[in-house]
Ligand binder design. Structure first.
Ligand code: SF4
Length: 68
């Protein structure tokens, strides 16, 4: 699966970072994004996929977009 954050929906609450810090990060300017090493790549690790789905559930604005 691939994951990205819809910047127009993200309110930078940090929930996804709290749930899955392996994949999501808060930048110095306060914006939140998928870490560079996970952008536009097919993520196959089952544990990471599960955590990304938990982060998606935790996101208050449905900003996390998953492509299966
Ligand atoms: S949980 Fe959603 S709104 Fe909050 S920082 Fe992550 S992507 Fe943005």
């Amino acid at each position: 699966m691939k994951v990205k954050i819809n910047k127009e929906k993200c309110v930078m609450c940090g929930s996804c970072v709290a749930v899955c810090p392996e994949v999501f990060e808060m930048k110095d300017d306060g914006t939140v994004d998928v870490k560079a090493e996970y952008q536009n790549i097919e993520i196959q690790d089952d544990m990471l996929i599960e955590k990304i789905k938990q982060a998606q559930t935790a996101c208050p604005t449905s900003a996390i977009e998953i492509e299966e």
